[in-house]
Design a protein. Structure first.
Length: 190
């Protein structure tokens, strides 16, 4: 299989279903940012940490490929006029969202309560989590914009929202596990 097709040489790309759109299209920005997020999660997973976190991150990466496939599909070509699905695209389920919530709840039980905002940093692995959290928030903003123009399955929006929360809690848990100092943000007085 050749990697290069030359079909995008003039600044367009094809969605699942065959529709061609400019590479700057909000749909492309949305799934491109999800792909960027997935790459950061791979970087986090490559760090030294408990095997359970690596397993959860691998599962999340799989779900992000699902999110990318959903976003890369032309909604008008995804279903037939009868309502039957034309393309076999997986879904993000309520169980997927619940899994993120359960993981957060479990990690939070081992953490001291938050009394202030926390400055990103303290350890390289923790910083990677914060970068991924920011990229996830950007993906969520882009998908929300896309949703305002062309409806997106709301479970995708919900999943991205929960995932950014998960990445924040993971950063805190890894700070705790790695005995890295959490620096509280205390605004300077004028």
């Amino acid at each position: 299989m050749k990697i290069y097709t030359k079909t995008g040489d003039k600044g367009t790309t094809s969605l699942f279903g065959g529709t061609r759109v400019p590479k700057y299209h909000i749909r492309i920005e949305s799934y491109g940012t999800v792909d960027e997020l997935n790459s950061y999660l791979g970087l986090i997973r490559d760090q030294e940490m408990d095997a359970k976190y690596k397993q959860v991150l691998t599962h999340i990466q799989d779900k992000l490929f699902t999110v990318g496939a959903i976003l890369a599909t032309d909604p008008e070509k995804a279903t037939l006029k009868s309502g039957k699905e034309r393309l076999n695209i997986p879904k993000v389920s309520e169980d997927d969202i619940q899994k993120l919530e359960s993981e957060m709840d479990e990690m939070n039980e081992a953490l001291p309560p938050m009394t202030h905002f926390v400055l990103p940093g303290g350890h390289t692995t923790v910083s990677y989590c914060h970068i991924a959290r920011c990229v996830c928030r950007r993906a969520e903003r882009l998908v929300t914009l896309l949703h305002s123009e062309s409806p997106v399955d709301e479970s995708v929006l919900k999943y991205l929202n929960r995932l950014s929360d998960y990445l924040f809690v993971l950063a805190r848990k890894l700070s705790n596990d790695l005995q890295a100092k959490e620096v509280k943000w205390i605004p300077e007085k004028l």
